[in-house]
Design a binder for this molecule. Structure first.
Ligand SMILES: *Cc1c(COP(=O)(O)O)cnc(C)c1O
Length: 373
């Protein structure tokens, strides 16, 4: 069989090796050290925000953001139904209730109308997700948040460097949260970052990240806090990755272009939508086939797997898993069974994409005759 093509793969060069080795040799292997400061400052500059707070992963970053904003028991936070489970779980960790709403069929981001319809007197925040690297429509969401005095938190875990009306994500609401898991746009192994322009939120998040220790009195803890710190070793990886992010994003844009060139989209097949007001980070190539159902989609992924090509299904809707309240979100439900993510990573070549596209086209031909029968 030809060489296997994974769905995702980190790009780690000798730069990462050098910086990590440097961190190890410096002795600063825990959560103090020069790389932490460099990574936080570099990431803040990159996102065009005043503050960036490095954390242990994206999930703890989301929880920290919510906690620092004072969200807890008795409150509701609106989140989209089609996302990674961490978005809703982070809300639940605070004691607040995640309220799951439908998505926009093009951007796959939170539907503004659905969010408006879900606001109650208990609603405290809206947390849109820039799913698969495409920004949610932030201006109307910001207007909605202002109108109802709600906090606006971007789950930007999948969208480093994506832009909304020319502005990078992460500073479009009260705060943004990024993930540096191994399959994200840049990685620190595990890791995350909270971004904000709000000095008070920055101050609170830094205190809560460190067990709410009083900054002027050691081992005096002001309230219930957490250990959500990032290590200097992780940050060394992060600094190296951040220095290459422009090339990473350019390659992802090229990859999207290659898929558009080689995948046959004539038979109700769609690739990533990109709104006129956005540039996607193309975290994952998205293939949607209108005539798919869950079983045809599984057969399609097995067809690719037999040819050495890894793929992954769209997320399940959160409401269908029973952890949270059942939701009636038809667009999210429909998308979750017709969507497949195709290989998207820095070292994927045009020839690789052509090979994937040929398998995709062939698989869709075989299955469409089955679907018609
Ligand atoms: C990856 C991801 C997270 C969580 O990040 P971790 O670093 O894995 O904890 C949160 N939200 C979304 C949308 C994600 O894709």
């Amino acid at each position: 069989m030809e060489k296997p093509i994974p769905v995702s793969q980190p790009f780690l060069s000798d730069k990462e090796e050098r910086y990590v080795l440097d961190a190890v040799r410096s002795g600063w292997v825990s959560s103090k050290g020069a790389y932490i400061d460099r990574f936080e400052q570099g990431f803040a500059d990159y996102c065009g925000v005043k503050f960036a707070i490095a954390v242990s992963n994206g999930t703890t970053g989301l929880h920290l953001a919510l906690a620092a904003l004072g969200i807890g028991q008795g409150y509701e936070v609106i989140v989209p139904d089609l996302t990674f489970i961490a978005t809703a779980n982070a809300v639940a960790y605070t004691g607040a209730k995640p309220v799951l709403v439908d998505i926009d069929p093009d951007t796959l981001g939170m539907s503004v109308d659905a969010a408006r319809g879900a606001i109650t007197p208990r609603t405290k925040a809206i947390m849109p997700v820039h799913l698969y690297g495409h920004p949610a429509d932030m201006d109307p969401l910001r207007d909605l948040a202002r109108e109802h005095n709600l906090r606006l938190i971007e789950d930007a875990a999948e969208a480093h460097g994506a832009t909304y009306r020319g502005v990078r994500v992460g500073g479009l609401g009260d705060c943004g949260v990024f993930s540096f898991y191994g399959n994200k746009i840049i990685t620190t192994g595990e890791g995350g970052m909270l971004t904000t322009n709000d000095p008070e939120l920055n101050r609170r998040a830094r205190i809560l990240r460190d067990h709410a220790m009083d900054p002027s009195r050691r081992y005096w803890h002001l309230e219930l806090g957490y250990n959500y710190r990032m290590t200097n070793i992780q940050a060394a990886l992060g600094v190296a990755q951040l220095e290459q992010i422009d090339a990473f994003l350019q390659r992802r844009t090229d990859i999207a272009q290659w898929y558009r060139q080689y995948v046959d989209t004539s038979n109700s097949v769609r690739l990533n939508h990109q709104a006129v007001w956005a540039t996607s980070a193309y975290w994952m190539i998205c293939l949607e086939v209108d005539w798919f159902n869950a079983s045809l989609r599984d057969k399609f992924m097995a067809f690719l797997a037999a040819r050495g090509i890894d793929s992954r299904p769209y997320f399940h809707t959160i409401s269908e898993m029973g952890l949270y309240q059942a939701g009636d979100n038809p667009i999210a439900a429909a998308k979750s069974v017709i969507g497949v993510n195709l290989p998207t990573y820095f070292e994927l070549t045009e020839a690789d994409v052509r090979r994937v596209a040929e398998a995709v086209n062939q698989g869709l031909r075989v299955l469409s005759s089955q679907a018609a029968a």
